[in-house]
Design a protein around this ligand. Structure first.
Ligand SMILES: Cc1cc2nc3c(=O)[nH]c(=O)nc-3n(C[C@H](O)[C@H](O)[C@H](O)COP(=O)(O)OP(=O)(O)OC[C@H]3O[C@@H](n4cnc5c(N)ncnc54)[C@H](O)[C@@H]3O)c2cc1C
Length: 382
């Protein structure tokens, strides 16, 4: 079957590899001039690693698994709020990995023959007809496919065309900074590794993960007033905001050059889509279910989508592709809709200030380690 995948992000490349390995005639269209993934690192949760395993792509991330770390939630001084047994959680559910985005993308696309990829090809629209779906770029047909996978990311053009009534993206009033740097030898970050730090005075957050032996990945999340600032300004604001936090936190932010800092105004789909498939076209990844990053599930869900699509399209023919894509929709939409809601709730709860935040922290401190670990494991379970 001829399958056109639109968008060569982590989700699109994973799907293209899976479908190619099942014997489909895959073409991957990317609007960018080259195939690459920019920006720091990404946490791949145990369910995401399992999905990559299903696609035969799990080796690279498994090799980068994060040793358990202290995990849990901490206050701004680094004191424990919610203690989890990450070793136990990993033992039952499997490892988590934190990997360079660029390296992960490289590892995935290495499994795809280069001649299947068309870069500098922004897809503007699709025209379904009796013989398939014509894929249009720059007002010219570039292919006719039996199935199209829209993996064109959070700002998806194809989602807007397929669901003109859907309200689209909604900003959540938060901004995230992300940075990656070589692990500074003089800083003791043991308490912070794999933990999320929350501050009930400001509603800001900080997280830290090891990337391989030598690098660290950090992120911050805080309220956004007005347009997102430039990295140098954003870094300055964050240093002000976090000046009296655990001393390693401002030190790490300060040690990261602005050129290596990425700033994102956080957005999510205003509401779940009414379907992930229409006829011979299906959506995948952020195009289908953009969620806030609070559960670290965006990429893992894109990998689960890619694995599910590959499974449902195994042995498919043009005659039954629409029915198979409906099965994909039935499998994936309930789970991703639940996670969209859960990550928005997490975003709301962790960014509270005042009395609600005090109550939250009191409840977190009172949560037994075993219960916290069980909840963590339930979230990771696919
Ligand atoms: C601050 C932040 C931190 C995050 N941290 C994590 C994390 O730790 N763990 C995690 O799992 N997730 C995380 N996420 C979410 C994760 O990055 C995304 O869910 C994931 O990258 C989505 O992959 P994708 O392939 O669906 O989309 P994308 O990676 O956005 O890829 C879409 C691709 O489509 C291309 N494209 C767009 N339009 C067209 C077109 N018309 N024609 C052709 N090509 C097109 C784009 O150029 C791009 O290459 C985070 C997100 C943010 C904002």
């Amino acid at each position: 079957m001829r399958v056109a995948v639109v968008g060569a992000g982590l989700g699109g490349v994973a799907a293209a590899v899976g479908l190619h390995r099942q014997g489909h005639e895959v073409s991957l269209y990317e609007r960018g001039a080259e195939l690459r993934e920019a920006g720091t690192a990404v946490v791949v949760m145990p369910n995401g690693i399992r999905a990559l395993d299903e696609l035969g792509l799990g080796d690279y991330v498994r090799g980068q698994a994060v040793s358990a770390g202290s995990g849990g939630l901490r206050d701004r001084r680094g004191r424990p709020l919610l203690v989890t047994d990450a070793v136990q959680a990993q033992r039952t559910i499997g490892p988590t990995a934190c990997v360079s985005r660029a390296e992960l993308h490289r590892a995935l696309r290495a499994a795809l023959p280069a001649d299947l990829v068309r870069t500098a090809t922004p897809i503007q629209r699709l025209e379904p007809h009796d013989a398939g779906v014509t894929v249009i770029s720059d007002d010219r047909p570039v292919a006719t496919a039996d199935a199209v996978i829209a993996a064109d990311g959070i700002g998806s053009t194809l989602r807007g065309l397929l669901f003109p009534e859907h309200p689209g993206l909604r900003r959540v009033g938060r901004v995230d900074l992300r940075g990656m740097l070589p692990r500074p030898a003089h800083l003791d970050v043991t308490d912070l590794l794999t933990a999320i730090v929350v501050d009930r005075r400001t509603g800001a957050m900080f997280g830290l993960f090891p990337v391989g032996e030598n690098d660290l990945y950090w992120f911050t999340d805080s309220a956004l007033h007005g347009p997102p600032p430039e990295p140098a300004v954003a870094r300055h604001q964050m240093l002000d905001l976090m000046a009296d936090w655990h001393p390693a936190i401002p030190a790490l932010i300060e040690a990261t050059p602005p050129a290596d800092i990425y700033v994102d105004a956080i957005a999510r789909l205003a509401e779940p889509l009414p379907a992930f498939a229409i006829g011979a076209t299906a959506l995948l990844g952020d195009a289908a279910h953009a969620m806030t990053p609070d559960l670290g599930q965006g990429a893992s869900q894109a990998f689960e989508d890619a694995a599910a699509l590959t499974r449902h399209l195994t042995g498919a023919t043009p005659a039954d592709v629409a029915e198979r894509l409906l099965r994909y929709d039935a499998e994936r939409r309930p789970r991703t809709s639940r996670l969209m809601t859960a990550s928005s709730r997490q975003s709301w709860l962790m960014s509270r200030t005042g009395a609600i935040a005090w109550l939250r922290d009191t409840a977190l401190r009172a949560t037994p380690r075993r219960l916290a670990t069980r909840r963590l494991a339930a979230m990771w379970r696919a």
